[in-house]
Design a protein around this ligand. Sequence first.
Ligand code: HEC
Length: 194
Amino acid sequence: MKTWLGSSWAVCALAIVLGIFISMSQSAGQVTKGGAASAVERGKYLVSITGCHDCHSPKKDAAGHVDETRPLSGRPATTPAPSTTAGEIHTALDLTAWTGPWGTTYASNLTPDTTTGLLARRYSEASFVAMFRTGKKPNGVGILPPMPYEMYANMTDDDLKAIWAYLQTIKPVRNQVPANVPAPVATAAPIGKK
Ligand code: HEC
């Protein structure tokens, strides 16, 4: 009897310990899942308030409404560069292409398309954050205007990682953005001086 009681207590104790262990591991799983999901949510929120769509999303009308069929896919491959006038900055109607003293720049495809998006240009979470910190792309080339990376460099690593996480979840759009045409001499002269 004593032995029977003893062993049933042991079974009970084991069940309690196992129960605690299982519920702990489940809640740990939930925390991890919740963390990843909330990073994506935060990234989405940050992208929606920091103007990325202004330059990186093609628009469906001249009032600047984002074309929801291809958000953040960069300068459409098929559209020509804006006009150029010395001493002025020109942009396309959809703000995805720019000409200025630095040359002609085209907003990049930020979608996870593996042939034309960020992944095709050797971006990872680490090199994405590094670009905002150094102003250099993974291939070492400096970021040209008007990408305001110096302003975004004020974001925390967690915020930039959240943006990266969100960008991995958006619709991949195959769009080969035209190559930039940098001006022969980099010009950052003070405005109004020759
Ligand atoms: C005022 C316009 C503008 C805004 C706002 C803007 N970008 Fe850009 N971005 C550009 C342009 C133009 C380029 C291309 C610059 C170049 O290739 O040198 C670029 C390049 C980039 C690149 C480099 C990609 C590559 O091909 O190496 C990344 C990453 C990027 N932008 C992310 C963002 C994110 C994220 C936001 C919002 C937080 C943002 N940009 C907001 C205009 C903008």
